[in-house]
Ligand binder design. Structure first.
Ligand code: NAI
Length: 339
């Protein structure tokens, strides 16, 4: 089993005297910058002129152009969207990198697919929270922490990995636990979920809706049953408190038998072949090549897919239930962790 690093396993003194620059002040940028500052290592923020820059200024940071931060910082956290990273890196960061400096990614994506190839003398590390930015901040403030994957692709002077662990602690991850991983593992785990698990769940939910409505059930009752009631969320939470299968005990015997006896039927050979294709597309870079091509073409397929999704009768049914949805959503907002 991979070792789980907690606060006591990590020494942050390797950050002393090093200038930390956070490029980007969005989901992860804001959360990580605030946490690192509260951990005693105030970072510089590099951001283009946009609303994120204003937010960083409101939070009390001095914000500078990206290339200036790249020039000055010895540790650079690249926290802008993966799609724009390669160009920003080439134009505004790479020309200013000096041997011994460290570039930190929050995802393995661009390095694994070689869209960014950090120079040999530069430390290339990954500190990838398995958590949305908002919760990265809130869990830090609650002293709870969150899981995180940590890796070094280049470690020319043996310091890069130590810096990665120190950053994982400074953003609050090791309060819960951080795993040693790799750029490849993080990328494959992430994209395989996005291209196998979640699409499978989306499709099954739509088929559930379509089949029941075709069988004469009321679309709004089906929509409520499907996700609006919040039961889906409760089941997911119970998987944490009672275990993946243990949560089944919270359901009736009829439900337990139905679920356990039918699960295997939901994976016929054709689906297994699609699952093999998905892992192959992710591992080989085939999906990445397709996505780059799609972006260069102005995302025509993405627009078409979005249009088709929003035309589904489930969306119309959801709209009719807006008042109910808002009440359930408010109750979850109240129970989740703030803005
Ligand atoms: P984001 O979409 O919130 O990034 C917004 C920031 O990017 C803003 O500061 C904006 O000024 C800057 N930006 C956008 N386009 C730009 C451009 N063309 N040139 C310069 N700056 C630009 O990004 P997010 O979601 O925080 O992702 C950052 C990294 O964190 C990515 O590598 C992502 O994979 C990773 N990550 C994100 C998670 C999340 O919660 N969204 C979870 C874990 C990892």
């Amino acid at each position: 089993m991979a070792k789980i690093y907690r606060d006591n396993d990590v020494d942050v003194s390797v950050l002393n005297g090093r200038k930390i620059g956070v490029i980007g002040y969005g989901n992860q940028g804001r959360a990580q910058a605030l946490n690192i500052r509260d951990s005693g290592f105030p970072p510089m923020i590099g951001n283009r002129d946009d609303e994120y820059k204003s937010r960083a200024i409101e939070d009390g940071f001095a914000v500078r152009p990206i290339r200036e931060v790249a020039k000055e910082a010895g540790i650079i956290l690249l926290l802008i969207p993966d799609e724009v990273q390669p160009q920003v890196y080439e134009e505004q960061i790479k020309p200013y990198l000096r041997p011994g400096e460290v570039l930190c990614f929050a995802s393995g994506y661009n390095v694994y697919y070689k869209a960014i190839v950090p120079p040999a003398g530069i430390g290339a590390i990954m500190v990838a929270p398995r958590m949305i930015g908002r919760a990265v901040r809130n869990l830090y403030q609650e002293r709870l922490g969150f899981p995180c994957l940590v890796a070094a692709e280049n470690d020319p002077d043996g310091q890069a990995m130590r810096i990665a662990w120190a950053l994982a602690k400074a953003i609050g991850a090791t309060r819960l636990g951080a795993f040693e991983s790799s750029f490849r593992e993080e990328t494959v785990i992430d994209l395989f979920a996005e291209q196998m698990l979640w699409p499978g769940i989306i499709k099954l939910c739509l088929l559930y809706f379509e089949k029941l409505v075709a069988n004469g059930c009321d679309p709004e009752i089906v929509t409520t049953e499907l996700h609006l009631s919040g039961e889906f969320v409760e089941i997911a939470k119970a998987m944490i408190t009672h275990g993946f299968f243990g949560q089944l005990k919270l359901h009736s015997q009829t439900s337990q038998y139905g679920q356990l006896s039918r699960a295997d039927r939901m994976a016929p050979a054709e689906l297994l072949a699609q699952i093999d294709k998905a892992i192959e597309d992710v591992s080989s870079g085939k999906f990445h090549a397709e996505w780059v091509k799609e972006q260069k073409a102005g995302k025509p397929n993405m627009s078409r897919l979005w249009r088709r999704a929003l035309e589904h009768p489930l969306v119309q049914s959801e709209a009719k239930l807006d008042a109910l949805r808002e009440i359930v959503a408010r109750s979850y907002e109240g129970r989740s962790q703030g803005p």
